[in-house]
Design a protein around this ligand. Structure first.
Ligand code: DAT
Ligand code: MG
Length: 168
């Protein structure tokens, strides 16, 4: 038994189909703690970095378009960090198999996912697959201050002459 963190993304199809509540309700069965949550506009750069291990796959370009929301009208996903005992396997089990047509119907992907006629796996949710991937992905999607527990070591630096947006 290990205390783990995992990145969860509710993908653009999940948001478009108003499945956020259903998905969060299913994930609450794990009794894990949500320690970070936000809506993210996904840049091409972020999408490519997130899926960089799949760069050579024939479906890579569609995957990037899908996670960027190009098939669902708005560039957004909901990103969450779930934290607690065996977080990764608990969330992966609830999410179900990668191929939504093969996923057990009682899982999130089995219940809500589909493969489009052009072959895109619209599988509603992303869950980090292992601890190494979770660390890489959480650090990619979240800043330390956006997570309310100290999962990974941090450091403080002084940043000068940095352009930031504030409320006008
Ligand atoms: P998972 O999301 O279950 O961790 P993965 O990391 O192997 O699966 O792949 C990332 C995403 O890429 C997956 O959620 C859907 C897409 N994908 C994987 N294999 C695919 C395939 N054969 N055809 C189309 N999309 C695929
Ligand atoms: Mg994966």
């Amino acid at each position: 038994m290990a205390i783990q963190a995992t990145l969860i993304l509710i993908k653009p199809d999940g948001l478009k189909k108003s499945l956020t509540g259903n998905i969060l309700t299913r994930l609450s069965e794990t009794k894990l703690e949500i320690v970070g949550a936000k809506i993210v506009r996904v840049s091409r750069e972020l999408a490519e970095e997130h899926y960089k291990h799949l760069k050579d796959k024939p479906f890579f370009e569609d995957l990037i378009k899908y996670i960027q929301g190009e098939f669902h009208g708005r560039r957004k996903v909901m990103a969450l960090v779930y934290w607690g005992e065996d977080a990764i396997s608990k969330c992966r089990t609830l999410a179900g198999a990668t191929n939504p047509e093969e996923a057990d119907p009682t899982t999130i992907r089995g219940a809500y996912g589909r493969i489009t006629t052009s072959g895109v796996y619209e599988n509603v949710i992303h869950v980090s697959a292992n601890e190494k991937e979770a660390e890489r992905e959480i650090k990619l999607w979240f800043k330390p201050d956006e997570i309310i527990v100290n999962i990974y070591p941090t450091k403080e630096i002084i940043e000068k002459e940095k352009k930031v947006r504030i409320w006008a």
